[in-house]
Design a protein around this ligand. Structure first.
Ligand SMILES: [Zn+2]
Ligand SMILES: [Zn+2]
Length: 187
């Protein structure tokens, strides 16, 4: 079985916060047991802005990321500061392809004051959403445990209720998905 290697890449408009990205990288390695690297490239997605909404279509960013995946990386996670949407929702914290190779997470909605609004809180939220979206790329679906990183989040209170880790059930599922037997849960 080939081992997974995750690449995290800041594709936002403002300058990257290296410390935040490094923390996300370390936590991704810890949670998924993979090697993770940070990409530092100047390319940015284009054509994803919906001028009427002032938001970027997350599916468009995912399509762009697929084409940009570096050789050697089995998963590519884009982290951006632009606000993301899918057509049926006001916004999304991120989006991923289930069982896919790409995911995107936005910091745009993570700095609200629900949890005090400190940079530390925003960083913790970003780590959780990175784990959540990457979890989807590994085939994990939403989890009913509100403390699990795979719980669905539609607001910051939900994000703050989560921990930056997978619950025991999701850890078992992840192991089965990565080592075979992934259809046992009939998703
Ligand atoms: Zn999700
Ligand atoms: Zn779970």
């Amino acid at each position: 079985m080939p081992s997974d290697s995750v690449c995290l890449w800041w594709i936002g408009e403002a300058a990257a916060e290296d410390r935040v990205m490094e923390e996300a990288r370390v936590q991704v390695e810890r949670v998924f047991g993979v090697s993770a690297t940070l990409a530092r490239r100047a390319e940015r997605p284009s054509g994803t802005l919906d001028p009427r909404r002032g938001q970027h279509l997350s599916a468009g960013i995912l399509r762009w990321l697929v084409a940009m995946r570096p050789p050697g990386a089995t998963k590519l996670l884009g982290v951006t500061d632009v606000d993301l949407f899918i057509p049926i929702l006001t916004f999304v914290f991120g989006e991923a392809k289930l069982d896919g190779v790409v995911a995107v997470v936005s910091t745009a909605r993570l700095s609200g004051d629900a949890g005090g609004g400190s940079p530390r809180v925003s960083q913790a939220r970003l780590v959780k959403e990175c784990i959540h979206e990457l979890g989807h790329t590994f085939g994990l679906i939403h989890c009913a445990d509100p403390r699990c990183a795979m719980a669905r989040s539609v607001n910051l209170a939900h994000v703050d209720a989560k921990r930056a880790t997978l619950c025991a059930d999701c850890r078992i599922r992840l192991s089965e998905l990565r080592h075979g037997g992934g259809d046992a849960y009939g998703r």
